[in-house]
Design a protein around this ligand. Structure first.
Ligand code: AMP
Length: 243
């Protein structure tokens, strides 16, 4: 009888122990935020990072552009702000973002590109993700380089590959190397709108650097003017260190 009670006791202890250790890893997902001015290379780096970490890449700018292309209600609401280089109001962004991250593929985490862009958006995200692991990658690029980067940018509308007329020209004029689709330029990548986007960044998004600096072990600042490969390596090292 005593032996049975002892075995039962051991079984109970192991159920409790295994149960607890599972919960610890099960609930934790990693959320990576790509922060930086427009044209810093957030999208380019997020695409590669998404493949390496096997986490979905969520770009709020891309979500808006898809909605504009499909002429949805949301797209119509966002378009005029985007064309002027202004931020889309928080309530529109937040609904769209939280709908997306609630999907099954985001269960283990995700990479956010272009979100949050205001301190209020960051606070809303924190409430949503609760105690999941947050890593903020701040890509630093001086203002002097931004306008040239943005105005020379072209992208493939089919596979998403990003080119630059000086730094990464396609092999054939204005054609995607991967799928031979004609490359397009974003409507808001003109000099006038790019200048406004940069000013919007300084006013509304840059305060997020201070905001995340005040949170322990969250912010990783990386030189965004290094080579694409070097930046990717620095990002991966920072993520590894912050684990
Ligand atoms: P992006 O593709 O990230 O450069 O975003 C393009 C445009 O979409 C921005 O200039 C904004 O007008 C809008 N946008 C994207 N993400 C956000 C956001 N988190 N909050 C407000 N507006 C956004």
């Amino acid at each position: 009888m005593k032996k049975h009670i002892y075995i039962l006791f051991l079984a109970l202890i192991s159920i409790l122990f295994i149960g607890n250790s599972c919960n610890k890893s099960e609930g934790k997902s990693m959320i990576v935020i790509m922060l930086g001015p427009p044209g810093a290379g957030k999208g380019t780096q997020a695409i590669d990072l998404s493949k390496k970490l096997k986490l979905p890449h969520i770009s709020t700018g891309d979500l808006f552009r898809e909605n504009i292309q499909k002429n949805t209600n949301l797209g119509q609401k966002a378009q005029s702000y985007m064309n002027q280089g202004l931020l889309v109001p928080d309530e529109i962004v937040l609904d769209m973002l939280f709908d997306r991250v609630a999907k099954e593929d985001c269960k283990k985490g995700y990479i956010l590109d272009g979100f949050p862009r205001t301190v209020d958006q960051a606070k809303a995200l924190e409430t949503y993700i609760q105690n999941n692991k947050l890593v903020v990658i701040n890509l630093e690029v001086p203002d002097g380089k931004i306008i040239e980067r943005i105005t020379g940018r072209m992208a493939c509308p089919k596979c998403g590959e990003i080119y630059h007329k000086t730094y990464k020209p396609p092999k054939e004029d204005s054609m995607c190397d991967n799928c031979k689709t004609p490359l397009t330029q974003r409507k808001d990548d003109t000099e006038e709108v790019a200048k406004q986007r940069l000013s919007t960044y300084h006013q509304q998004t840059e305060p997020l650097i201070e905001y995340y600096k005040n949170q322990k072990d969250v912010l990783c600042t990386i030189n965004g003017t290094a080579s694409k490969e070097q930046i990717q390596q620095d990002i991966l090292t920072s993520i590894e260190k912050s684990k």
